[in-house]
Design a protein around this ligand. Structure first.
Ligand SMILES: NC(=O)c1ccc[n+]([C@@H]2O[C@H](COP(=O)([O-])OP(=O)(O)OC[C@H]3O[C@@H](n4cnc5c(N)ncnc54)[C@H](OP(=O)(O)O)[C@@H]3O)[C@@H](O)[C@H]2O)c1
Length: 299
């Protein structure tokens, strides 16, 4: 039996009493793949996916990131099968504002009707009466934050929150201006943007959010579909007797106390490896060495 631990310490979502362990889990990798269609269809090994989720929670993870457009629907259905009835302290964070095309594409979907339908899809497929946290994912550009008003969709989310379907609201793929705009309309508990050792565009934003007590949840913490590769990272890992992925996660944990991790994996071995990163302490000269990776890549 694995002991429950407060891995990597915890963070209280602002304005709430919700304490999430800083080492969480991202469920996107649990869906399957069909040729070029990524995050599509069922995984080859559904029982393996269920085992990954159960081991994550048994190991102390109480923050799982998902979306109903993973699969679509399938990742949420696997989460329900693996973990429902859910532990009281488990926080499931989902995201809305996209749908999938038949070709696997990610299509913006943030009209009032589409957002409302996506909240109900998440509730049904996760088997919940209320969603803990819903991130509005901005889709002005699919791959990176791009300016544009999100007043309309955030207003819809705030109304769904008032109706009791959503407890808390977060944002994803957003700029600082969009965060400020949303905070005029509703309290924002977390921001989920792409960030890792190499991709460091959000350095200033992370510090600003830390100042305001808002969680920053980097997606692609390990580099995403093509995990990070760097001679400097491998060199540091070898010296510390750790793996490059563990060092990349430990660096994020030390980067700022408001950073919450959601590394994704479909492999129980990788899950175990990633969770152990929470015990890895990096000395300041090692952090400086790792910081040079981002600078060398131009970020
Ligand atoms: N808001 C957004 O727009 C957005 C976008 C993308 C993702 N997300 C969320 O962020 C989470 C994390 O992102 P991600 O899963 O795409 O990328 P990631 O965590 O950066 O990396 C996942 C990739 O790394 C591999 N991996 C994981 N642990 C490993 C290890 N110890 N050694 C070697 N390879 C390892 C995985 O393969 P294996 O399965 O083989 O381990 C997978 O290919 C997602 O699960 C999702 O919940 C959000």
């Amino acid at each position: 039996m694995i002991e429950q631990t407060d891995i990597a310490g915890s963070f209280i979502l602002p304005g709430t009493s919700i304490a999430v362990n800083r080492m969480g889990y991202g469920a996107m990798q649990l869906a399957g793949r069909d040729g070029d269609k990524l995050v599509w269809g069922p995984p080859r090994d559904v029982e393996g996916a269920i085992a990954v989720l159960r081991e994550a929670v048994a190991s102390g993870v109480n923050h799982i990131d998902t979306a109903d457009f993973y699969g679509p629907h399938i990742t949420n259905q696997i989460i329900k099968k693996a973990l429902s009835p859910y532990p009281d302290d488990l926080v499931i964070v989902t995201k809305i504002s996209a749908r999938r095309g038949d070709d696997g594409s990610w299509i913006p979907a943030f009209s009032r009707e589409e957002l409302t339908a996506q909240v109900h899809d998440n509730l049904r497929n996760l088997g919940l009466d209320v969603l803990d946290v819903v991130n509005l994912r901005s889709m002005f550009s699919i791959h990176e934050p791009a300016e544009g008003s999100i007043e309309g969709p955030i207003t819809v989310l705030a109304e769904l929150q008032q109706k009791g379907l959503i407890r808390h609201i977060g944002l994803s793929n957003v700029t600082a201006a969009q965060i400020a705009e949303a905070r005029q309309i509703a309290p924002i508990v977390c921001v989920q943007n792409m960030y890792n050792l190499v991709q460091r565009s959000d350095d200033a934003l992370i510090d600003d959010l830390a100042h305001d007590g808002i969680a920053y949840v980097p997606f692609f913490p390990l580099g995403g579909f093509s995990p990070l590769q760097s001679a400097a990272l491998s060199d540091v890992a070898a010296r510390l007797g750790a793996t490059p992925m563990q060092v990349a996660l430990a660096w994020l944990l030390q980067r700022s106390p408001n950073i919450l991790l959601i590394p994704g994996t479909s492999s129980i071995e990788h899950l175990r490896e990633n969770l152990k990163a929470s015990t890895l302490q990096l000395a300041s000269e090692v952090v400086a060495e790792l910081d040079s990776i981002g600078r060398a890549s131009g970020h």
